[in-house]
Design a protein around this ligand. Structure first.
Ligand code: ADP
Ligand code: MG
Length: 626
């Protein structure tokens, strides 16, 4: 099935829900047909009984009587077939619909920009994809069917009873409005309660996710009991939410029980009275009793439906809420493909602040207070020019916005003012895919996918051949490390690459870019996790990588950017200084200051003062035997 279009999600949830049935129309219709045939068989039984008791037995019509019995057996055999179809195909239908919804949700999650993920916890989102849609299958299958069959049997028995005993029909019929109103009211309450359960489950999942991914930190600080307490709190919230839900549910169920039991009493009382007055036969009375039994089934179904609807719909509404979020960063209509890139990059008077997320999910305590949330410009009046093929280095204090500035080029975030152009084309006029295809980023924090190291390198160009992967690894100075690993290129890196060193991870990410081979390169402190020796080697690799590409390099260690064509010094007021290494040193400004802090012995944090070491003190203490 095709994905639903974005505008489909502006409709009401019920209509959206219905849209998901569209591709399965035929199967759904067949399902409903079978369901109504089942209802028909159920309704036929009391009528046939009545007919037998009234017409066949008193007149001793044996052959017809046994014929009738055989017919009943036949009908029930057919009913079994229908029932098989409804259970098997109906449930599969529900699962298909659930899978379609999940697919759409996954696609939507992929479209949502960085800013969304800055404000939403992974565990909560996972909960939406898995847990929230969990009961939708049941709802999608049973929901329409339950309503349909219930309505059919209730109306059917009402009409059939009406044909022979209107007093009884009216008495039973009077119950229907009561039932409908009660169901509607309870459904609303249960939906709310179930929504809270979903919210709490999401909270638990979020807490679980962060505790498990942070388990190493927790153990290092022996904070397991703290984590357990945090978790227990979420679990408590879940318990009380669930208890509240069950309270509403119990009330609903017990009232329904009362109504159904009342029904039996009404039938006996009214039936008895009618019989005493000579206005009803015993056979009619039996048929009425059987109809009451047939009446009870749709009521059970309705009850069932309300349970399913409240849990399924609560999840579905949370699904719709995400589907309704407009991805803030998308291709504008008529966006062009960025092709044949030279790499002339211009930032013109750029202002940027991180977007606030109004729809931040989570309990109220988790959202930022208004003053915290006030827009703070991270970048102000930034103008810079990076000529095609040149290497420009960005220097500045930590937290000065260097990474932010780099993230604006591939449009991970959109700027508020000014413009950013590549070869004169505004990045907002280009398709995201073509824009990002042309930019390679070696990020500050490398993310590796669980899988083999070869797979992780091949992420730079999915489907790259093994020799290409090896060539990329060689150019990233990673090949030898990999050959030293137990399974070579097939070595599994563990979750987020925990089985690799920081430097190895960094080089995997460099190798990815060798494979991707983009004309524009961003190196965000690409060598900061490396030791001096590896850094030297990598420096050569990076030099080679940046040859012929427009390169924006951020480096903490100023030694690594000496060869840049231009060095920009960034601070709160924007680009403070600009020029070549020698030129900036001669000028004696901010850059010279930073540089001397790092390199003159005895000054600043970056200096490596030689500490005299008494060799004797470094010897291991003697081992005492025995
Ligand atoms: P640098 O790379 O120069 O060290 P960054 O660009 O990472 O600095 O960060 C600049 C500022 O923006 C910092 O004050 C940081 O707190 C803030 N910041 C960084 N990322 C985000 C984000 N995703 N959402 C909100 N603020 C952020
Ligand atoms: Mg940074």
């Amino acid at each position: 099935m095709k994905r639903l279009a974005r505008r489909d999600f502006e409709k009401s949830p019920i209509l959206i829900f219905a849209s998901y049935f569209r591709p399965y129309k035929k199967r759904f219709a067949a399902d409903l047909l079978c369901a109504s045939l089942i209802a028909g068989v159920d309704l036929a039984f009391p009528m046939m009984t009545k007919f037998t008791l009234e017409k066949l037995l008193p007149n001793r019509l044996y052959r017809l009587f046994f014929g009738m019995t055989a017919l009943m057996i036949l009908l029930y055999a057919l009913r079994m077939g229908f029932s098989y179809f409804v259970t098997y195909w109906g449930h599969s239908l529900g699962a298909y619909i659930e899978a379609d919804m999940r697919r759409d949700l996954f696609h939507r999650l992929q479209e949502l920009p960085f800013a969304f993920y800055d404000n939403h916890r992974t565990g909560r989102l996972m909960s939406r994809v898995t847990n929230d849609l969990f009961e939708v299958t049941e709802l999608a299958h049973h929901g329409p069917e339950d309503i349909f069959i219930s309505a059919l049997t209730l109306l059917g028995s009402f009409i059939l009873i009406l044909t022979f005993r209107w007093e009884m029909a009216l008495a039973l019929g009077a119950l229907l409005p009561l039932l409908v109103v009660h169901t509607a009211l309870s459904r609303k309450k249960m939906l709310g309660a179930s929504g809270r359960v979903k919210e709490r489950t999401a909270e638990i999942n979020a807490s679980l996710e962060s505790s498990i991914s942070g388990i190493r930190v927790a153990q290092a600080f022996t904070n397991e009991s703290y984590e357990a307490k945090q978790f227990a709190q979420g679990n408590e919230h879940f318990k009380s939410a669930k208890r509240r839900y069950y309270k509403v549910m119990a009330l609903f169920h017990s009232r329904i029980e009362l109504m159904t039991q009342g029904l039996n009493v009404v039938v006996i009382a009214l039936g008895g009275w009618l019989i005493l007055r000579g206005r009803m036969s015993l056979a009619e009375m039996i048929a009425c009793s059987l109809f009451t039994a047939a009446f009870l089934q749709p009521i059970r179904r309705l009850q069932n439906f309300v349970d399913q609807c409240s849990t399924g719909m609560a999840g579905f509404k949370r699904f719709v809420a995400i589907m309704r979020i407009e991805p803030a960063i998308t291709d504008r209509p008529g966006a062009i493909d960025l092709e044949g890139v030279q790499g002339n990059i211009v930032y013109r008077d750029v202002r940027f602040s991180y977007p606030r997320d109004a729809a931040q999910d989570g309990p109220p305590g988790e959202t930022a207070s208004p003053e915290q949330a006030a827009d703070r410009n991270i970048l102000n009046h930034i103008s810079l020019y990076i000529p095609a093929g040149s290497t420009v280095a960005l220097v500045g204090p930590s937290g000065g916005g260097k990474t932010t500035l780099c993230h604006l080029l591939p449009r991970f975030y959109d700027i508020q003012e000014g413009s950013i152009t590549i070869d004169g084309k505004d990045v907002r006029d280009c398709t995201l895919a073509s824009l990002r295809r042309n930019i390679g980023i070696v990020p500050q924090e490398v993310f590796l996918f669980p899988g083999s190291i070869a797979d992780n390198i091949a992420y730079g160009r999915i489907g790259a051949a093994v020799p290409e992967i090896a060539a990329a690894a060689k150019r990233a100075e990673l090949h030898e490390d990999i050959m030293g690993m137990p399974q070579g290129y097939a070595t599994l890196v563990g979750e987020r690459g925990v089985k690799l060193s920081g430097g190895q991870k960094q080089r995997v990410s460099i190798a990815r870019i060798f494979l991707k081979d983009p004309p524009i390169l961003i190196l965000d402190e690409a060598t900061s996790a490396l030791d001096a020796l590896t850094e030297n080697k990598i420096q050569r690799a990076l030099g080679e990588l940046s040859r012929g590409r427009t390169t924006l390099v951020i480096a903490h260690r100023l030694s690594t950017i000496r060869n840049a064509d231009t060095i920009l010094v960034l601070d709160d007021e924007g680009v403070r200084e600009q020029g070549g290494h020698e030129e900036l040193l001669r000028r004696g400004g901010r850059y010279a200051e930073l540089y001397s802090a790092q390199f003159s012995p005895g000054h600043g944090a970056g200096s490596h003062k030689k500490i005299p070491v008494n060799q004797n003190k470094l010897q291991y203490p003697p081992v005492k035997n025995g």
